[in-house]
Design a protein around this ligand. Sequence first.
Ligand SMILES: Nc1ncnc2c1ncn2[C@@H]1O[C@H](COP(=O)(O)OP(=O)(O)OP(=O)(O)O)[C@@H](O)[C@H]1O
Ligand SMILES: Cc1ncc(CO)c(N)n1
Length: 270
Amino acid sequence: MSIAKALTIAGSDSGGGAGIQADIKTFQELNTFGMSVITALTAQNTLGVHGVFPQTLEAIEAQMEAVLSDMGTDAVKTGMLFSADIISLVARKLKEYEVKNIVVDPVMIAKGGAALLQEEAIRALTEELLPIATVITPNLPEAAKILGREEMKTIEEMKQAAVDLHKLGPAYVVIKGGHLTEGPAIDLLYDGESIYELETRRVETKHTHGTGCTFAAAIAAELAKGSPIKESVETAKAFITAAISSSLVIGKGIGPTNHAAYRAARLQKQ
Ligand SMILES: Nc1ncnc2c1ncn2[C@@H]1O[C@H](COP(=O)(O)OP(=O)(O)OP(=O)(O)O)[C@@H](O)[C@H]1O
Ligand SMILES: Cc1ncc(CO)c(N)n1
């Protein structure tokens, strides 16, 4: 039996709600075969990030070589990359193996405020990774940081940011509106011509640990299976909305989303 393959290149979240763990759970739920390259270990739980331990370039390159030289992949999702050197290595290897369907989630800061990307790495992200990305998925602070401007607060400002980010080279731009302070949860997809708005109700919960990772991993899984970009983003939006709607009260802080909710709801409908 054959199956679509999806690879995450990201940091490990020991708490299981974000990073590599969120990605692999999402890949599994969306019927893809998940593989991983771990760029950094984080000692993390629902209360925050308690330690960051980047892996050596040698370890990261060896993992990429092992997976790509033998198994290959139908899509890649990048998450926490931490340093300029790691970004350069990842970009070089993705080019070397001509990897298609590259989803770049430009992770910068964890919800509790811990830095998951060094400040000086933003240039490498912009110059080396964004130009080879199929789609980038910044949240509002990340979009603002890449563009070197104030954080956007309105849909109109988000639309302008999507157009400006597209000029940096990715084929598609998704800007996530989870950080908008009021109103529905609106994300934008820009394909270089048209802007599509994806809107769902805002779920009233504090348990949103790992939303960004899960959303980007879902886009990668759908692209891996051959879905077009718009359908992939729409499915990812439905997946994350279901996961947030039944998010889990685990730990003393911000609990993780429920990766099993989307498939469970679909099974119930059948
Ligand atoms: N309370 C909410 N209700 C419904 N959807 C939400 C809510 N919060 C976020 N989302 C959606 O979740 C997805 C992730 O968006 P968000 O802006 O939270 O990402 P992020 O900040 O990168 O997450 P992370 O903190 O994991 O890095 C988007 O599709 C967004 O619209
Ligand atoms: C490892 C890791 N990657 C990404 C995020 C962003 O949510 C996080 N908290 N931890």
